[in-house]
Write a protein that binds this ligand. Sequence first.
Ligand SMILES: Cc1cc2nc3c(=O)[nH]c(=O)nc-3n(C[C@H](O)[C@H](O)[C@H](O)COP(=O)(O)OP(=O)(O)OC[C@H]3O[C@@H](n4cnc5c(N)ncnc54)[C@H](O)[C@@H]3O)c2cc1C
Length: 232
Amino acid sequence: MNEFIEAQVALGWEDLRSCYDVVIVGGGGHGLSTAYHLASRHGITDVAVLERGYIGSGNSGRNTTVIRANYGIPEAVRFYQRSVDLYSRLEEETGRWIMHDRKGLLWLVHGIPGTRNEKARSIVNQAFGADTVYVTPEEVGEICPDVDLNAGGGEYPVTGGSYSPHAATARHDRVVWALAEGAMKRGVHVHQRTAVTGLLKAGDRVTGVLTDRGPVAAGVEATYRPWRPWQG
Ligand SMILES: Cc1cc2nc3c(=O)[nH]c(=O)nc-3n(C[C@H](O)[C@H](O)[C@H](O)COP(=O)(O)OP(=O)(O)OC[C@H]3O[C@@H](n4cnc5c(N)ncnc54)[C@H](O)[C@@H]3O)c2cc1C
């Protein structure tokens, strides 16, 4: 993260401690989102995110920025639909402009197998809570008149597609900064330039990590309690 951004986003860098309740390896979207949600939803704030480079320096800072749920596997649809919903509220929740823009996603196909696939995708998506619909070439033209339905001079005509009206884009690095700030505001420590080099173990259990700045215990022994729903 550069100095300009650091001045805009309220990130407070703390010294690395030798023990936290939770240690998360990697300051990408997954690590920071885990830290943010542990802190904001579960009140678990004694958390360290250890990042060997800078936050968002992995995939999360260099992706295509599409937020969508139109996957073909039932489990994935439900999972990603939840993400689409969470992303749509992230600006309001964090007070940070992540450039979230719900613009819809048009998935085009050229040929009979692709058309069949989009029909199947739409059915699976709707069955598992996503709003993807199959669209005919005429409907593609209505949704986006700029599409050349006879692409390649008629060689690759658009034969159909699917449309997901709730799909969006968001600026990837703003997402990680918003999550980092939201987590840090609640007490989470994020440590950049801290590489995890190994695991600390007690028997067959992982109890912490080794880093290039020293060992960090994850507090598992002290706080771990098996979940017993009847005990509250
Ligand atoms: C070109 C491209 C386009 C994509 N487009 C999309 C898209 O449009 N929509 C979408 O939803 N997904 C897209 N993805 C996928 C998405 O970007 C990734 O699934 C997501 O960013 C993964 O997040 P992550 O936190 O798991 O990984 P990362 O963001 O890669 O974070 C992992 C972090 O861990 C750190 N790390 C690794 N090893 C260590 C260590 N030993 N110690 C400390 N830190 C360590 C790395 O430095 C890194 O910062 C795209 C990916 C790519 C590459």
